[in-house]
Write a protein that binds this ligand. Structure first.
Ligand code: GLV
Ligand code: GLV
Length: 320
């Protein structure tokens, strides 16, 4: 008898076809709506495997109901939506999709740095709103990226890929990470420092660390106050690493110069959110890995992980 899997969003045709050759597959047949939590709770007991998104909270309640689950394959590199300890204690494998999205997410991180520093979104809006009256010397002037100092918080694969790009912009590189990364220090000429020093010295600070109980609220008002008032903060990791109320206050008081954000404490970000009021904040809807090529590769990798796990093999991206 074929094993049963559930996929919480509509996958690409070829991914679905391949999975259907091996498994009995049920899907939430939508690209852009989430399966209601109650529905997932109601059906999860039927399945051996779950391929889910970061929009699903895989917690104790869901794992209790999913009593036949052997694997949870997350379509993301981050897996803070999954309670790993609860999954592990039930013998359920958890997998993610690292590697394939590294360069694409680094591209987006760099795009946010350039957009926030050179006021790309604000300037484009100004033109369309009829505010471009003449070429004015100081109109829409921003901050230089080239030659400035970049501080990376969390030097993993994505951080290193951002650092490689920054070298082409002749930036000075620093990082703070839980552990030293000698291989990246040698390759990238990047200097390790404590968090305070990185914040005090950098013109750009990029948050690229996983969201865990240790990194929750890593950046609060205390840390923001250490930054230069000309500095720009970029977050393409997860919302809760950066305390949003504190960021809003820091922006209001001119404690930092601007920000580029792809992730938020609450997603989707409500339209009346104060962060959307600042012209000096570039706000994107969590699209770090969103290229057609990379999202396709993520689907393929998540499918491979769930397949190997249910075939009794060790999936390539096991996280527990
Ligand atoms: C997206 O945010 C991911 O973790 O892959
Ligand atoms: C700007 O367009 C310049 O020529 O300096």
């Amino acid at each position: 008898m074929k094993k049963k899997i559930f996929i919480t969003r509509k996958p690409p045709e070829h991914v679905l076809n391949n999975l259907q050759k091996i498994f009995e597959v049920d899907i939430w047949n939508s690209e852009d709506t989430e399966i209601p939590r109650d529905e997932l709770l109601h059906i999860i007991h039927k399945f051996d495997g779950l391929l889910c998104l970061l929009t699903e909270s895989i917690d104790e309640e869901l794992l209790d109901k999913g009593r036949n689950l052997k694997v949870i394959s997350n379509l993301a590199v981050g897996y803070n939506n999954i309670c790993i300890e609860e999954a592990t204690s039930r013998g359920i494998m958890v997998t993610n999709t690292p590697g394939v999205l590294t360069e694409t997410t680094a591209d987006l991180t760099f795009a946010l740095m350039l957009a926030a520093s050179r006021r790309i979104v604000e300037a484009s809006h100004a033109l369309r709103e009829g505010k471009w009256r003449t070429w004015s010397p100081m109109f829409m002037t921003g901050m230089d990226v080239h030659g400035s100092t970049l501080g990376i918080i969390g030097l993993g694969e994505i951080g290193a890929a951002v650092a490689r790009r920054a070298k082409g912009f002749n930036m000075k590189l620093m990082y703070y990470s839980r552990s030293r990364k000698p291989e990246f220090e040698a390759e990238l000429d990047i200097e390790y420092a404590d968090l305070h020093t990185v914040l005090q010295t950098s013109d750009y600070v990029c948050i690229l660390t996983p969201f865990t109980k240790d990194t929750k609220n890593l950046i609060t008002m205390k840390e923001l106050k250490l930054m230069k008032n000309t500095a720009i903060l970029i977050n393409t990791a997860r919302g809760g690493i950066l305390n949003e109320m504190d960021l809003i206050q820091a922006l209001s008081e001119g404690i930092i110069w601007g920000a580029g954000l792809d992730v938020y404490e609450q997603e989707p970000l409500p339209l009346d959110h104060p962060l959307l009021q600042f012209p000096n904040v570039v706000t994107l809807p969590h699209i770090g890995s969103a290229s057609i090529q990379t999202r396709t590769k993520m689907w393929e990798l998540a499918a491979k992980n769930i397949t190997l796990a249910l075939q009794g093999k060790t999936p390539p991206n096991l996280v527990n």
